[in-house]
Design a protein around this ligand. Structure first.
Ligand code: GLN
Length: 477
Protein backbone atom coordinates (compact mmCIF):
# COMPACT_ATOMS: atom_id res chain seq x y z
CA UNK A 1 0.00 0.00 0.00
CA UNK A 2 2.89 2.35 0.76
CA UNK A 3 4.51 1.58 -2.56
CA UNK A 4 1.24 2.18 -4.39
CA UNK A 5 0.67 5.40 -2.46
CA UNK A 6 -2.53 4.08 -0.86
CA UNK A 7 -1.20 4.55 2.67
CA UNK A 8 1.54 6.68 4.15
CA UNK A 9 4.39 5.00 5.99
CA UNK A 10 3.89 7.58 8.73
CA UNK A 11 0.26 6.56 9.33
CA UNK A 12 1.18 2.88 9.37
CA UNK A 13 4.01 3.48 11.81
CA UNK A 14 1.72 5.49 14.09
CA UNK A 15 -0.91 2.74 14.07
CA UNK A 16 1.62 0.08 15.08
CA UNK A 17 3.12 2.35 17.77
CA UNK A 18 -0.39 2.85 19.20
CA UNK A 19 -0.96 -0.87 19.34
CA UNK A 20 2.40 -1.41 21.06
CA UNK A 21 1.57 1.29 23.59
CA UNK A 22 -1.78 -0.34 24.38
CA UNK A 23 -0.65 -3.95 24.70
CA UNK A 24 3.09 -4.21 25.26
CA UNK A 25 2.65 -3.64 29.02
CA UNK A 26 0.61 -6.88 29.11
CA UNK A 27 3.15 -8.90 27.12
CA UNK A 28 6.60 -7.39 27.80
CA UNK A 29 7.50 -8.46 24.26
CA UNK A 30 9.48 -5.32 23.47
CA UNK A 31 12.13 -4.02 25.85
CA UNK A 32 12.61 -0.80 23.90
CA UNK A 33 10.39 1.00 21.41
CA UNK A 34 12.18 3.20 18.88
CA UNK A 35 9.26 5.65 18.52
CA UNK A 36 11.27 8.69 17.45
CA UNK A 37 13.61 6.88 15.07
CA UNK A 38 10.74 4.85 13.60
CA UNK A 39 8.62 7.96 12.95
CA UNK A 40 11.61 9.66 11.32
CA UNK A 41 12.36 6.65 9.13
CA UNK A 42 8.69 6.43 8.09
CA UNK A 43 8.69 10.13 7.27
CA UNK A 44 11.78 9.57 5.08
CA UNK A 45 9.93 6.82 3.18
CA UNK A 46 6.99 9.17 2.55
CA UNK A 47 9.34 11.92 1.37
CA UNK A 48 11.08 9.52 -1.02
CA UNK A 49 7.67 8.51 -2.39
CA UNK A 50 6.77 12.19 -2.91
CA UNK A 51 10.03 12.72 -4.79
CA UNK A 52 9.02 9.87 -7.10
CA UNK A 53 11.81 7.53 -6.00
CA UNK A 54 11.37 3.77 -6.37
CA UNK A 55 10.66 2.30 -2.95
CA UNK A 56 12.19 -0.93 -1.63
CA UNK A 57 10.09 -4.10 -1.22
CA UNK A 58 9.67 -3.47 2.54
CA UNK A 59 9.12 0.29 2.33
CA UNK A 60 7.39 1.36 5.54
CA UNK A 61 7.07 -2.17 6.98
CA UNK A 62 7.61 -2.15 10.76
CA UNK A 63 10.23 -4.62 11.93
CA UNK A 64 11.11 -5.87 15.41
CA UNK A 65 14.64 -7.08 16.16
CA UNK A 66 15.70 -9.42 18.95
CA UNK A 67 18.03 -7.89 21.53
CA UNK A 68 20.85 -10.10 20.15
CA UNK A 69 21.40 -7.99 17.01
CA UNK A 70 23.71 -5.02 16.70
CA UNK A 71 22.04 -1.82 15.54
CA UNK A 72 24.40 1.10 15.28
CA UNK A 73 24.07 3.59 18.13
CA UNK A 74 21.46 1.53 20.01
CA UNK A 75 21.67 -0.73 23.03
CA UNK A 76 22.20 -4.45 22.38
CA UNK A 77 22.20 -6.35 25.65
CA UNK A 78 21.20 -9.98 24.96
CA UNK A 79 18.94 -9.45 27.99
CA UNK A 80 22.06 -9.71 30.14
CA UNK A 81 23.39 -7.49 32.89
CA UNK A 82 26.89 -8.04 31.53
CA UNK A 83 26.04 -5.98 28.44
CA UNK A 84 24.41 -3.20 30.44
CA UNK A 85 24.93 0.09 28.63
CA UNK A 86 26.61 -1.50 25.60
CA UNK A 87 25.84 0.46 22.43
CA UNK A 88 26.53 -1.14 19.05
CA UNK A 89 29.25 0.51 16.98
CA UNK A 90 27.83 -1.09 13.81
CA UNK A 91 24.70 -2.73 12.35
CA UNK A 92 24.25 -6.46 11.74
CA UNK A 93 24.13 -7.43 8.05
CA UNK A 94 20.67 -9.01 8.40
CA UNK A 95 19.25 -5.86 9.99
CA UNK A 96 21.00 -3.66 7.44
CA UNK A 97 19.58 -5.61 4.51
CA UNK A 98 16.00 -5.23 5.76
CA UNK A 99 16.59 -1.56 6.50
CA UNK A 100 17.94 -1.13 2.96
CA UNK A 101 14.73 -2.75 1.67
CA UNK A 102 12.78 -0.01 3.47
CA UNK A 103 11.83 -1.72 6.75
CA UNK A 104 11.29 0.53 9.77
CA UNK A 105 12.83 -0.80 12.97
CA UNK A 106 10.15 -0.23 15.56
CA UNK A 107 11.51 -2.05 18.61
CA UNK A 108 13.98 -4.30 20.32
CA UNK A 109 12.54 -7.54 21.67
CA UNK A 110 12.95 -9.55 24.84
CA UNK A 111 14.80 -12.87 24.90
CA UNK A 112 16.42 -15.42 27.16
CA UNK A 113 19.85 -14.19 28.26
CA UNK A 114 22.34 -14.82 25.43
CA UNK A 115 19.59 -16.86 23.70
CA UNK A 116 19.96 -19.65 26.24
CA UNK A 117 16.50 -20.87 27.06
CA UNK A 118 13.12 -21.92 25.75
CA UNK A 119 10.77 -19.61 27.65
CA UNK A 120 12.00 -15.97 27.64
CA UNK A 121 12.06 -16.10 31.43
CA UNK A 122 15.86 -15.86 31.82
CA UNK A 123 15.92 -12.14 31.09
CA UNK A 124 16.99 -9.04 33.02
CA UNK A 125 13.81 -7.44 31.67
CA UNK A 126 11.52 -10.06 33.25
CA UNK A 127 9.50 -12.66 31.34
CA UNK A 128 7.48 -12.07 28.19
CA UNK A 129 3.96 -13.45 28.02
CA UNK A 130 2.11 -15.48 25.43
CA UNK A 131 -0.49 -13.38 23.56
CA UNK A 132 -2.91 -16.34 23.49
CA UNK A 133 -2.76 -16.76 27.28
CA UNK A 134 -0.90 -14.34 29.52
CA UNK A 135 -0.14 -17.03 32.11
CA UNK A 136 1.86 -19.00 29.55
CA UNK A 137 5.31 -18.60 28.09
CA UNK A 138 5.67 -17.39 24.50
CA UNK A 139 8.54 -19.88 24.17
CA UNK A 140 12.11 -18.86 23.71
CA UNK A 141 14.67 -17.74 23.32
CA UNK A 142 13.17 -15.37 20.71
CA UNK A 143 9.91 -15.18 22.67
CA UNK A 144 9.71 -11.37 22.52
CA UNK A 145 9.91 -11.32 18.73
CA UNK A 146 7.34 -14.12 18.40
CA UNK A 147 4.91 -12.49 20.85
CA UNK A 148 5.33 -9.15 19.05
CA UNK A 149 4.38 -10.55 15.64
CA UNK A 150 1.58 -12.66 17.12
CA UNK A 151 0.21 -9.56 18.89
CA UNK A 152 0.38 -7.57 15.64
CA UNK A 153 3.02 -5.14 16.95
CA UNK A 154 4.84 -5.57 13.62
CA UNK A 155 4.37 -7.79 10.58
CA UNK A 156 8.00 -8.95 10.68
CA UNK A 157 10.58 -9.76 13.32
CA UNK A 158 14.09 -11.10 13.42
CA UNK A 159 15.11 -13.80 15.86
CA UNK A 160 17.98 -16.23 16.19
CA UNK A 161 17.70 -20.01 16.18
CA UNK A 162 20.51 -22.09 17.70
CA UNK A 163 18.43 -25.07 18.78
CA UNK A 164 14.87 -24.05 17.98
CA UNK A 165 14.64 -20.52 19.34
CA UNK A 166 12.59 -19.27 16.39
CA UNK A 167 10.56 -22.36 15.52
CA UNK A 168 9.49 -23.18 19.10
CA UNK A 169 8.21 -19.65 19.96
CA UNK A 170 6.61 -19.45 16.50
CA UNK A 171 4.69 -22.64 17.33
CA UNK A 172 3.74 -21.37 20.81
CA UNK A 173 2.51 -18.01 19.47
CA UNK A 174 0.60 -19.23 16.39
CA UNK A 175 2.79 -17.68 13.68
CA UNK A 176 5.26 -18.99 11.07
CA UNK A 177 9.01 -18.87 11.78
CA UNK A 178 11.80 -20.07 9.51
CA UNK A 179 15.40 -21.14 10.01
CA UNK A 180 17.14 -21.42 6.62
CA UNK A 181 20.28 -23.46 5.90
CA UNK A 182 23.35 -22.68 8.03
CA UNK A 183 25.27 -19.98 6.17
CA UNK A 184 22.33 -18.77 4.03
CA UNK A 185 22.01 -15.60 6.10
CA UNK A 186 25.06 -13.74 7.36
CA UNK A 187 25.63 -13.87 11.11
CA UNK A 188 27.71 -10.70 11.09
CA UNK A 189 26.46 -8.57 13.95
CA UNK A 190 24.45 -11.38 15.57
CA UNK A 191 25.95 -11.68 19.05
CA UNK A 192 27.36 -15.21 19.28
CA UNK A 193 26.00 -17.98 21.49
CA UNK A 194 27.21 -21.17 19.71
CA UNK A 195 28.68 -20.17 16.37
CA UNK A 196 28.36 -23.49 14.55
CA UNK A 197 24.66 -23.69 15.47
CA UNK A 198 23.55 -20.02 15.42
CA UNK A 199 21.21 -18.97 12.61
CA UNK A 200 19.49 -15.67 11.87
CA UNK A 201 15.82 -16.51 11.38
CA UNK A 202 12.71 -14.40 10.65
CA UNK A 203 9.13 -14.48 11.97
CA UNK A 204 6.21 -13.20 9.91
CA UNK A 205 2.42 -13.36 9.77
CA UNK A 206 2.35 -15.59 6.68
CA UNK A 207 4.62 -17.99 4.81
CA UNK A 208 4.66 -15.61 1.83
CA UNK A 209 6.00 -12.80 4.01
CA UNK A 210 8.66 -15.16 5.36
CA UNK A 211 9.61 -16.12 1.79
CA UNK A 212 9.96 -12.48 0.77
CA UNK A 213 11.96 -11.65 3.88
CA UNK A 214 14.23 -14.72 3.55
CA UNK A 215 15.01 -13.78 -0.04
CA UNK A 216 16.10 -10.33 1.11
CA UNK A 217 18.20 -11.70 3.97
CA UNK A 218 19.95 -14.50 2.10
CA UNK A 219 23.28 -14.25 0.33
CA UNK A 220 27.02 -14.21 0.77
CA UNK A 221 28.56 -11.60 3.03
CA UNK A 222 32.28 -10.92 3.04
CA UNK A 223 31.99 -10.11 6.75
CA UNK A 224 30.91 -13.67 7.63
CA UNK A 225 33.26 -16.36 6.32
CA UNK A 226 30.61 -19.05 6.93
CA UNK A 227 28.06 -17.34 4.68
CA UNK A 228 27.39 -19.21 1.46
CA UNK A 229 28.08 -18.02 -2.08
CA UNK A 230 25.01 -19.74 -3.51
CA UNK A 231 22.40 -18.25 -5.82
CA UNK A 232 19.21 -17.20 -4.01
CA UNK A 233 16.03 -18.39 -5.77
CA UNK A 234 12.80 -16.38 -5.88
CA UNK A 235 11.24 -17.96 -2.79
CA UNK A 236 8.02 -15.98 -3.04
CA UNK A 237 7.31 -17.12 -6.60
CA UNK A 238 7.78 -20.76 -5.52
CA UNK A 239 5.11 -20.39 -2.82
CA UNK A 240 2.26 -20.78 -5.29
CA UNK A 241 3.54 -24.08 -6.76
CA UNK A 242 1.41 -27.17 -6.23
CA UNK A 243 2.68 -29.97 -3.97
CA UNK A 244 1.11 -32.66 -6.18
CA UNK A 245 3.46 -35.65 -6.31
CA UNK A 246 5.83 -34.36 -3.63
CA UNK A 247 7.29 -37.06 -1.36
CA UNK A 248 6.95 -36.38 2.35
CA UNK A 249 8.85 -38.39 4.96
CA UNK A 250 7.46 -38.89 8.47
CA UNK A 251 10.32 -39.67 10.89
CA UNK A 252 9.01 -42.14 13.44
CA UNK A 253 11.41 -40.92 16.16
CA UNK A 254 9.50 -37.61 16.25
CA UNK A 255 6.30 -39.27 17.37
CA UNK A 256 7.77 -40.87 20.50
CA UNK A 257 6.87 -40.89 24.19
CA UNK A 258 6.50 -37.40 25.64
CA UNK A 259 4.55 -36.10 22.64
CA UNK A 260 1.29 -34.60 23.84
CA UNK A 261 -1.63 -36.55 22.30
CA UNK A 262 -3.37 -33.37 21.14
CA UNK A 263 -0.21 -32.19 19.38
CA UNK A 264 0.14 -35.60 17.80
CA UNK A 265 -3.47 -35.51 16.55
CA UNK A 266 -3.05 -32.00 15.10
CA UNK A 267 0.18 -33.06 13.34
CA UNK A 268 -1.47 -36.14 11.89
CA UNK A 269 -4.40 -34.08 10.64
CA UNK A 270 -1.90 -31.73 8.97
CA UNK A 271 -0.17 -34.66 7.27
CA UNK A 272 -3.56 -35.85 6.03
CA UNK A 273 -4.18 -32.36 4.64
CA UNK A 274 -0.91 -32.53 2.69
CA UNK A 275 -1.90 -35.93 1.32
CA UNK A 276 -5.29 -34.52 0.29
CA UNK A 277 -3.36 -32.00 -1.79
CA UNK A 278 -1.53 -34.67 -3.72
CA UNK A 279 1.62 -35.31 -1.69
CA UNK A 280 2.61 -38.88 -0.89
CA UNK A 281 3.88 -39.84 2.54
CA UNK A 282 6.21 -42.55 3.78
CA UNK A 283 7.69 -43.51 7.14
CA UNK A 284 11.40 -42.76 7.52
CA UNK A 285 13.88 -43.28 10.30
CA UNK A 286 16.49 -40.92 11.77
CA UNK A 287 18.10 -43.41 14.13
CA UNK A 288 20.43 -41.02 15.97
CA UNK A 289 17.63 -38.67 17.05
CA UNK A 290 17.83 -39.93 20.63
CA UNK A 291 21.32 -38.40 20.92
CA UNK A 292 20.15 -34.99 19.71
CA UNK A 293 19.56 -33.35 23.11
CA UNK A 294 22.73 -34.66 24.82
CA UNK A 295 24.99 -33.81 21.88
CA UNK A 296 23.36 -30.41 21.33
CA UNK A 297 23.78 -29.44 24.99
CA UNK A 298 27.45 -30.51 25.01
CA UNK A 299 28.29 -28.70 21.79
CA UNK A 300 26.36 -25.50 22.44
CA UNK A 301 27.70 -25.12 25.97
CA UNK A 302 31.28 -25.77 24.78
CA UNK A 303 30.97 -23.10 22.12
CA UNK A 304 29.24 -20.74 24.53
CA UNK A 305 32.00 -21.09 27.13
CA UNK A 306 34.47 -19.97 24.49
CA UNK A 307 32.30 -17.23 22.94
CA UNK A 308 31.34 -15.70 26.27
CA UNK A 309 34.96 -15.49 27.46
CA UNK A 310 35.08 -12.07 25.80
CA UNK A 311 32.86 -10.54 28.49
CA UNK A 312 35.72 -9.81 30.83
CA UNK A 313 34.87 -6.34 32.08
CA UNK A 314 37.44 -4.75 29.78
CA UNK A 315 35.84 -4.49 26.37
CA UNK A 316 32.06 -4.48 26.71
CA UNK A 317 29.36 -3.36 29.09
CA UNK A 318 29.60 -4.03 32.79
CA UNK A 319 32.78 -3.75 34.87
CA UNK A 320 32.98 -4.51 38.59
CA UNK A 321 35.90 -4.62 41.02
CA UNK A 322 39.49 -4.63 39.85
CA UNK A 323 40.97 -2.35 42.44
CA UNK A 324 43.28 -5.11 43.59
CA UNK A 325 43.79 -7.51 40.66
CA UNK A 326 42.70 -8.42 37.16
CA UNK A 327 41.44 -11.82 38.31
CA UNK A 328 39.27 -10.16 40.89
CA UNK A 329 37.79 -7.90 38.23
CA UNK A 330 37.00 -10.86 35.97
CA UNK A 331 35.43 -12.77 38.82
CA UNK A 332 33.32 -9.89 40.08
CA UNK A 333 32.24 -8.73 36.64
CA UNK A 334 31.26 -12.19 35.45
CA UNK A 335 29.83 -13.18 38.82
CA UNK A 336 27.49 -10.20 38.83
CA UNK A 337 26.95 -9.87 35.09
CA UNK A 338 25.78 -13.34 34.08
CA UNK A 339 22.53 -14.96 35.17
CA UNK A 340 22.33 -18.46 36.59
CA UNK A 341 21.45 -20.30 33.34
CA UNK A 342 24.36 -18.69 31.52
CA UNK A 343 26.72 -19.59 34.37
CA UNK A 344 25.45 -23.16 34.33
CA UNK A 345 26.25 -23.42 30.64
CA UNK A 346 29.68 -21.80 30.88
CA UNK A 347 30.58 -24.29 33.63
CA UNK A 348 29.27 -27.27 31.65
CA UNK A 349 30.98 -26.13 28.45
CA UNK A 350 34.30 -25.44 30.16
CA UNK A 351 34.12 -28.90 31.69
CA UNK A 352 33.46 -30.53 28.28
CA UNK A 353 36.47 -28.80 26.77
CA UNK A 354 38.92 -29.67 29.59
CA UNK A 355 41.83 -31.69 28.25
CA UNK A 356 40.91 -34.82 30.18
CA UNK A 357 37.25 -34.75 29.06
CA UNK A 358 37.46 -33.32 25.54
CA UNK A 359 37.53 -36.70 23.77
CA UNK A 360 34.79 -38.14 25.90
CA UNK A 361 32.35 -35.23 25.56
CA UNK A 362 33.06 -32.59 22.93
CA UNK A 363 34.64 -34.92 20.41
CA UNK A 364 32.05 -37.65 20.88
CA UNK A 365 29.22 -35.13 20.48
CA UNK A 366 30.85 -33.85 17.27
CA UNK A 367 30.98 -37.39 15.89
CA UNK A 368 27.32 -37.94 16.72
CA UNK A 369 26.58 -34.70 14.91
CA UNK A 370 28.11 -36.21 11.75
CA UNK A 371 25.97 -39.32 12.15
CA UNK A 372 22.86 -37.17 12.50
CA UNK A 373 23.75 -35.28 9.32
CA UNK A 374 24.03 -38.61 7.53
CA UNK A 375 20.63 -39.71 8.89
CA UNK A 376 19.07 -36.68 7.22
CA UNK A 377 21.04 -37.12 3.99
CA UNK A 378 19.82 -40.68 3.62
CA UNK A 379 16.20 -39.73 4.45
CA UNK A 380 16.32 -37.01 1.76
CA UNK A 381 17.35 -39.56 -0.87
CA UNK A 382 13.74 -40.74 -0.97
CA UNK A 383 11.86 -37.70 0.30
CA UNK A 384 11.60 -34.04 -0.67
CA UNK A 385 10.77 -32.86 2.85
CA UNK A 386 10.18 -34.28 6.32
CA UNK A 387 7.18 -33.31 8.44
CA UNK A 388 7.03 -33.44 12.26
CA UNK A 389 5.49 -31.56 15.17
CA UNK A 390 7.59 -28.50 16.13
CA UNK A 391 7.28 -29.02 19.88
CA UNK A 392 6.21 -31.92 22.10
CA UNK A 393 3.61 -29.75 23.90
CA UNK A 394 1.88 -26.41 23.43
CA UNK A 395 3.01 -23.37 25.45
CA UNK A 396 3.68 -24.27 29.07
CA UNK A 397 2.88 -22.04 32.06
CA UNK A 398 5.35 -19.37 33.13
CA UNK A 399 7.45 -20.70 36.00
CA UNK A 400 6.54 -24.32 35.26
CA UNK A 401 9.98 -25.39 34.04
CA UNK A 402 12.14 -22.67 35.53
CA UNK A 403 13.56 -24.75 38.38
CA UNK A 404 14.09 -27.82 36.21
CA UNK A 405 16.61 -27.17 33.40
CA UNK A 406 16.36 -30.72 32.05
CA UNK A 407 12.63 -30.48 31.47
CA UNK A 408 13.20 -27.07 29.82
CA UNK A 409 15.87 -28.62 27.56
CA UNK A 410 13.55 -31.48 26.57
CA UNK A 411 11.23 -28.94 24.98
CA UNK A 412 13.86 -28.62 22.21
CA UNK A 413 13.87 -32.33 21.41
CA UNK A 414 12.21 -31.87 18.01
CA UNK A 415 14.06 -28.75 16.87
CA UNK A 416 17.77 -29.12 17.74
CA UNK A 417 18.55 -31.74 15.07
CA UNK A 418 17.98 -29.24 12.25
CA UNK A 419 20.62 -26.98 13.83
CA UNK A 420 23.09 -29.83 14.30
CA UNK A 421 22.61 -30.77 10.63
CA UNK A 422 22.35 -27.15 9.43
CA UNK A 423 19.27 -27.89 7.28
CA UNK A 424 16.33 -25.53 6.63
CA UNK A 425 13.30 -25.94 8.90
CA UNK A 426 10.08 -23.98 9.28
CA UNK A 427 7.26 -23.98 11.81
CA UNK A 428 3.77 -23.15 10.53
CA UNK A 429 0.60 -22.87 12.62
CA UNK A 430 -1.39 -26.13 12.47
CA UNK A 431 -4.36 -25.48 14.72
CA UNK A 432 -5.19 -25.19 18.38
CA UNK A 433 -5.36 -27.47 21.40
CA UNK A 434 -8.61 -27.82 23.38
CA UNK A 435 -7.45 -25.06 25.74
CA UNK A 436 -6.97 -22.64 22.87
CA UNK A 437 -3.17 -22.76 22.52
CA UNK A 438 -1.53 -22.79 19.08
CA UNK A 439 0.43 -25.76 17.73
CA UNK A 440 3.17 -25.77 15.10
CA UNK A 441 3.94 -28.10 12.20
CA UNK A 442 7.66 -28.43 11.40
CA UNK A 443 8.78 -28.97 7.81
CA UNK A 444 12.44 -29.82 7.20
CA UNK A 445 14.24 -29.86 3.86
CA UNK A 446 17.65 -30.78 2.46
CA UNK A 447 20.49 -28.30 2.74
CA UNK A 448 19.91 -25.22 0.55
CA UNK A 449 16.40 -26.29 -0.44
CA UNK A 450 14.60 -23.46 1.38
CA UNK A 451 12.36 -23.12 -1.65
CA UNK A 452 10.89 -26.60 -1.17
CA UNK A 453 10.25 -26.06 2.53
CA UNK A 454 8.49 -22.75 1.88
CA UNK A 455 6.46 -24.26 -0.97
CA UNK A 456 5.07 -27.04 1.24
CA UNK A 457 4.45 -24.60 4.11
CA UNK A 458 2.61 -22.20 1.78
CA UNK A 459 0.44 -24.99 0.34
CA UNK A 460 -0.49 -26.12 3.84
CA UNK A 461 -1.23 -22.58 4.98
CA UNK A 462 -3.41 -21.94 1.93
CA UNK A 463 -5.45 -25.04 2.71
CA UNK A 464 -5.92 -24.29 6.40
CA UNK A 465 -5.52 -20.57 7.14
CA UNK A 466 -4.64 -21.15 10.81
CA UNK A 467 -2.24 -18.22 10.61
CA UNK A 468 -5.18 -15.79 10.40
CA UNK A 469 -6.33 -16.63 13.92
CA UNK A 470 -5.19 -13.66 16.03
CA UNK A 471 -4.97 -13.58 19.82
CA UNK A 472 -7.51 -11.47 21.70
CA UNK A 473 -5.56 -8.99 23.80
CA UNK A 474 -8.43 -6.65 24.59
CA UNK A 475 -10.22 -8.91 27.07
CA UNK A 476 -7.26 -10.69 28.69
CA UNK A 477 -5.78 -9.18 31.80
N1 GLN B 1 16.33 -23.65 23.89
C1 GLN B 1 17.62 -23.96 23.32
C2 GLN B 1 18.70 -23.61 24.29
O1 GLN B 1 18.36 -23.25 25.35
C3 GLN B 1 17.77 -23.27 22.02
C4 GLN B 1 18.15 -21.86 22.15
C5 GLN B 1 18.30 -21.16 20.85
O2 GLN B 1 17.92 -21.67 19.79
N2 GLN B 1 18.92 -20.00 20.90
O3 GLN B 1 19.86 -23.67 24.00
Amino acid sequence: MVRKGEQSATAICAAFLDRIESFNPKLNALVEVFSTEARQAAEAVDQAKLRGETLGPLAGVPLVIKDVFNLRGQLSTCASRILEGYRSPYTATAVQKLQDAGAIIIGRSNMDEFAMGSSTEHSIYGPSRNPFNLERSPGGSSGGSAAAVSARFAPLALGSDTGGSVRQPAAFCGIPGFKPTYGRISRYGLIAFASSLDHVAPFARSVEDLALCTGLLAGEDEKDSTSLAEPVPDYLAGCSDSIEGLRIGIPKEYFAAGLDPEIEALTKAAIQELEDHGASTQAVTLPHTRFAIPSYYLLCTSEASSNLARYDGVRYGLRRGGDRSLDEMYAETRGEGFGSEVKLRILLGTFCLCSGYYDEYYLKASKIRTLMRRDFASAFKNCDVLVTPTTPTSAFKLGEKLQDPLSMYMNDVLTVSANLAGIPAISVPCGFTSDGMPAGLQILGPSLDEARVLQVAAAYQKATQHHLHAPDLETQS
